[in-house]
Structures are given as C-alpha cells and as structure tokens.
Write a protein that binds this ligand. Structure first.
Ligand code: PHE
Length: 452
C-alpha cells in the first residue's frame, strides 16, 4: 500500500464502529418508507415472504462476500476490484463492477435525497401542528401540497444534500458513530410505540394478515424481482457501499457474525414499520397501493390522535431523516473515495463535484412528481425509472457479479483466510455464494423476461 492510500484509508476505531456504520447504511428509507409501500403495491404476504427468503439466502451470503472483498482490497470499490482481480489472475475488466456500483450509488442518491427531503419537511409540519386532529383527507392534502410544489421539495432536497456532503467531507468516522449509536435505539423505540398504537386501531389483525398471510396468486415475476431487488437495496448490497465500509475494517473481526447482526436489525426495523403502518391503512380505509406517499399519509394520522403525538411526530421524522443521512453517506462514499484515489482531489473537492452532480439529477426527480409528471419512460416517471433501474436491475446484477467473483474467480483459500469461519460454516457460505446465489438471481431475471 502506498503512503497515500494509507493516509486516505483510515480504519474504524473498533468492530463496534463498523457495525454501527454498516447498520446505519442498511437501515434507512428502504426500511421505513420503501418496504411498506412496495409491500402494499405487491399484494402483501407472498411478497414479504419472498423478500425474507432473499434476505436470508442471497443478502446474508453476499454481504459476507462484499465486506470480505472490501477488507482484502482496502480501497474504493473500483480499485479494490482491480487489486482482487490481479491477485486472482483474472480479467482486469472486473473493475467495471466497481464502476457500475459507483453509478448505482449516484443514481440512488439523486432520488433518495428528494425523499429524505420529504421527511425533513414533515419534521416541520409535525412541529407546527400540521397533524392535529386531522382526518385522512386532510393528511392526504398535506402530502399532495408538498408533491405539487417544486420549490418546497427543491429547498429540502438541497438542504439534505448539503448536510450529507458536509458529513462525507469530514471522513467516514467523524460524527457517524455517535449519530448511529443514538438514533438506532431511539428509532426502534418509536417504532414500538407506533406498533402499540396500531394495536388499538381496530384493524391490527387485518394489518398482520395482509403482511404475513401469503397469497401467491397476488405476485408475478416482476413482484419477485422487486422483492429480490429490495433485499439488495435494504441491505445496501451490490454497489460497493458495504465494500467500501469493509475496506476500513480492521483485520480479525468476525465478518459473518457482524453480517448476521446487520441483516437482523435491518429486517426487524422493516417488519416493525410494516406492522405499524398497515393497520392504520385499513382502519382509515386508505388504499394499500398508494405508492411512495404511503407512510406520509398514514403515520401522521397516528400522531394526530395519540397522546404525546406532537412530540412523537417530530421525533419520528427527525429520526427518519438521520436514518436517511447515515445511508446517503454510504451511497456517495464509493464515488468520493474513487475521486480521492484516482483524481488527486481532496475530500472536500470530491464532495463538491459528486454532490453537485447528484443534486442536479435530484432536481429533475423533484420535477417528475409535478411539472414533468406526464413524461413517462416505460410507463414510469423519472423517479420510478431510476428506482427500477437501480434497485431492480443494477443492484441484483452487482450482487450476482460479487457472488460469481467470490465463488468462482477468487481463490477459495483467500476467502477462507479472510473469513476465519469454522470449517462447517465456511462450507455453507461457499455453497450459497458459489452454487446457489448466481443461478437464483439469474433465474429471476429469466423469469422476468418471460423465458419460463
Ligand atoms: N440500505 C439503504 C436503505 O434501506 C439504502 C442504500 C442502498 C444505501 C444501497 C446504500 C446502498 O435505505
């Protein structure tokens, strides 16, 4: 390693710091905003089951692989892939995988920042009493107002991007550890309160049935792809975010145990969000498939009616904002790390470049909710297109390549040496990453394009 990479390449202060940062990356809008709305759009139980199977069968082994590759390569994903390909005597073009990941992170952040902006707007709406004694129609009008206003959305999107870039500029360690240490337990606690409220809504059982009673007639190939894509999205896999965090990981940390914790925490948060939201949807006769606005149209109803709702409302959207922030940082980190390593920029300059470009695309995403709403590509607005392209295509393809690389290209002895698993555990992982994950992802793609 050169002096330069060493100085750029700080390590986490401890295993715990890595767990916090990686959990911060995984737990985000994907769990609380996206999981409930795509579950609603895809019919509930069967979709949830496929998603859970994908998290366990694909997400966990691929996360182990991605952290392991990062720790062995110790650079940005593009350069890590180059180093690892060289070490394995493989085609240097494997580094394009790093490029695709960087591009995916960039495209995701453009719309992620807009949605994070919505949650910032909602902190203020909650603070100024916007949720008080409102009925479902008022709460919907509140959301529709925000959607119709490019000015408001651009304001919040800009603010969110500036804050994200400020944090990234200071390097991955500053501030991040403290934020996650506080917000994770707090978020968990607030979700429990919301679940408690959902229990009193009168439609609790109906909500649970929707989430956990699978009806396979409700899902088609595209729903299966969405569930699989979401498993990658929610665990931050397939684009190098977890790889770049792994590259800051000290040696001799159990990668497998760490992965179980992250995937477990991420799944629990998503399920709690679903359990809190769906009873409210049914109790208020709302539409389960109302799309990206779902949490913004349901949770304020709970805050408007429950004791202490004002405080909980403000806190909830504040925590959602922090959760989004700790994920956004990891979306742009592969790009920033690459600019620093290869374009001789300091972190500040790299952040300004990467952040500005992402911001600009985000402005177009804002317009796709109002003045450009009628422009459709493949039947989707720009937001829908970016989401489909990244979550349903780029991340699973990235995950597939990671599985192929670690299962078939990298020497198994190297993987074994990095992972330090008991022999049995290593065997299970190796079979999953080599023989199960690649064909499974591939088959889902074939199914979507109608081969069978
Ligand atoms: N996992 C994050 C979430 O669920 C989103 C994300 C995807 C972050 C990919 C980094 C990489 O909100």
């Amino acid at each position: 390693m050169t002096d330069k990479t060493q100085s750029i390449h700080k390590e986490w202060s401890s295993r715990f710091a890595f767990i916090l940062a990686a959990t911060g990356s995984a737990v985000g809008l994907g769990n609380i905003w996206k999981f409930p709305y795509i579950t609603g759009e895809n019919g509930g139980g069967a979709f949830v089951l496929v998603y859970l199977l994908c998290v366990a069968g694909l997400g966990v082994p691929i996360m182990i692989a991605e952290i392991m590759m990062g720790r062995r390569g110790r650079q940005s994903p593009v350069n890590t892939m180059q180093t690892l390909a060289r070490e394995a005597g493989a085609d240097p073009r494997w580094h394009y995988l790093g490029w695709m990941g960087m591009a995916a992170g960039f495209l995701i952040l453009a719309y992620y920042s807009v949605i994070a902006g919505w949650s910032m707007a909602y902190i203020f709406k909650a603070f100024f009493g916007g949720f008080f004694s409102s009925d479902a129609a008022d709460i919907k009008a509140l959301f529709d107002d925000l959607m119709a206003s490019p000015v408001q959305q651009i304001f919040w999107h800009t603010l969110f991007m500036v804050i994200t870039m400020q944090v990234v500029m200071r390097g991955v360690r500053g501030g991040l550890e403290k934020a996650v240490r506080f917000f994770m337990p707090a978020l968990f606690f607030l979700l429990l309160i919301l679940v408690g409220y959902a229990m009193t809504s009168g439609s609790y059982q109906q909500g649970l049935d929707f989430l956990f009673t699978p009806d396979f007639s409700k899902i088609d190939a595209d729903a299966v792809l969405t569930a699989m894509g979401h498993a990658f999205f929610t665990l931050s896999l397939g684009m190098g975010a977890i790889m770049v965090y792994g590259s800051y990981l000290p040696g001799h940390v159990s990668i497998a145990k760490t992965t179980f914790f992250i995937a477990g925490a991420d799944t629990v948060v998503a399920l709690l969000a679903g359990i809190a939201i769906f009873p409210l949807v049914f109790a208020n006769h709302l539409e389960v498939a109302s799309g990206p606005g779902l949490i913004f149209q349901t949770l304020p109803l709970a805050f408007g009616h429950m004791g202490g709702g004002w405080l909980f409302g403000v806190l909830f959207f504040l925590l959602l904002f922090v959760a989004a922030l700790t994920s956004s940082i990891s979306l742009i980190e592969p790009g920033v790390a690459w600019l620093v390593e290869n374009r001789d920029m300091d972190r500040a300059k790299a952040c300004v470049w990467a952040g500005s470009a992402c911001w600009l695309l985000g402005v177009a995403v804002v317009f796709s909710f109002n003045i450009w709403a009628e422009y459709k590509f493949f039947g989707k607005n720009l937001f829908g297109l970016l989401d489909y392209l990244t979550a349903n295509l780029m991340l699973p393809i990235g995950g597939l390549c990671i599985a192929v690389f670690t299962g078939w290209i990298m020497k198994s002895a190297h993987a074994e040496q990095e992972l330090e698993l008991p022999a049995e555990g290593f065997k299970v992982w190796y079979v999953l990453i080599r023989n199960f994950a690649p064909p499974a992802v591939f088959l889902v793609f074939l199914h979507v394009i109608g081969v069978f």
